[in-house]
Design a protein around this ligand. Structure first.
Ligand SMILES: Nc1ncnc2c1ncn2[C@@H]1O[C@H](COP(=O)(O)OP(=O)(O)OP(=O)(O)O)[C@@H](O)[C@H]1O
Ligand SMILES: [Mg+2]
Length: 288
């Protein structure tokens, strides 16, 4: 369970990005955080793992107060929070496998990290995760040779190999086409369910948020203006969050989507007649 109490962030520039946020995210809950640009969504996510230092207030993850931790303890605590970014943040010249394994660096001793020597159990887990997201045939591909959707899948694996208690996800679909966006959101939500993980997902796309999240929190100018079920996002609520617009059309679209939509779950990379060569497993074994 994540508990935020009276969370305030005032940047040096004087911007009060968060004005006293109270928010509990129970175990296993996938929560979408929506709101206009500048509402404070990224700031909130980053205050949780202290990539941004909160000015005031409390952040507790399963009972542990995170705002008071020293550097060493903070490093340990960050391993319990997987982060998935919009811009993927992969190391371009490293392979898919190496990027995933980099999620274990915090758990690997200094010299093992230095020589990028990983435990066989970590390599096996990385294979399992890549298999789960449909990229097991791409372990040896360099990150800079991947499509956006494939890169995001690698980012998801890298976050999950940390074995986190909480996922912090910032705009995971912002650079993806609509179909890939749905696949990525579905994948994140399925993985959270399988692993009983809670997640905060910042997302601009209200439709996607409504389709996949169990709970929606609407942020506006650093304050929560909506906290409730996806079905509660009425035109009035959307106006409160984003301002005046013709919200009826958005809501009708959601209602249509709720029908018997079928999406081809085949990841774009694992397509058709492509052979899945047994790349990498032997090579990676050499890394232990
Ligand atoms: N490093 C910073 N220094 C000063 N002000 C900042 C900084 N980062 C963000 N802000 C300000 O804090 C407010 C919230 O920004 P934040 O990036 O959290 O919004 P957001 O909801 O994630 O927006 P977007 O949807 O565009 O990503 C904005 O007014 C922004 O200008
Ligand atoms: Mg943002």
């Amino acid at each position: 369970m994540l508990c935020l109490e009276g969370l305030v962030k005032q940047y040096k520039t004087g911007d009060r990005a968060l004005k006293g946020i109270d928010l509990d995210v129970p175990d296993g809950q996938v929560m979408a955080l929506i709101g206009p640009s500048g509402a404070g969504k990224s700031t909130l996510i980053r205050c949780v793992n202290r990539l941004v230092e909160p000015t005031k207030g409390s952040v507790r993850l399963n009972g542990q107060e995170l705002t008071k931790l020293g550097q060493g303890e903070l490093r340990m605590a960050r391993q319990r929070m997987g982060m998935i970014f919009q811009e993927y943040a992969l190391v371009e010249r490293l392979t898919v496998m190496e990027n995933v394994l980099s999620g274990r660096l915090g758990y690997t001793g200094f010299w093992r990290s230095y020589f990028r020597k990983f435990h066989q159990t970590d390599i096996d887990e990385a294979f399992r995760l890549l298999e789960r997201v449909g990229l097991d045939h791409m372990v040896d591909k360099r990150a800079d040779e991947l499509s956006g959707g494939q890169r995001q899948r690698v980012g998801i694996c890298r976050a999950l190999i940390q074995d986190p208690e909480l996922l912090l996800v910032d705009e995971p679909t912002a650079s993806l086409d609509p179909k890939t966006s749905r696949q990525i959101m579905r994948l994140i939500c399925e993985l959270c369910e399988e692993r009983k993980l809670s997640a905060i997902i910042n997302i601009h796309d209200v439709l996607l948020a409504q389709m996949f999240a169990q709970r929606i929190v609407g942020l506006q100018l650093g304050e929560i203006v909506y906290d409730g079920p996806p079905g509660g996002l009425t035109p009035d609520v959307l106006t409160q969050i984003y301002g005046e617009e013709d919200w009826e059309s958005t809501i009708e679209a959601v209602e249509e989507e709720d029908g018997d939509e079928v999406i081809d779950e085949e990841p774009e990379a694992a397509g058709g007649d492509q052979q899945a060569p047994d790349l990498g497993r032997d090579r990676m074994a050499g890394m232990t």
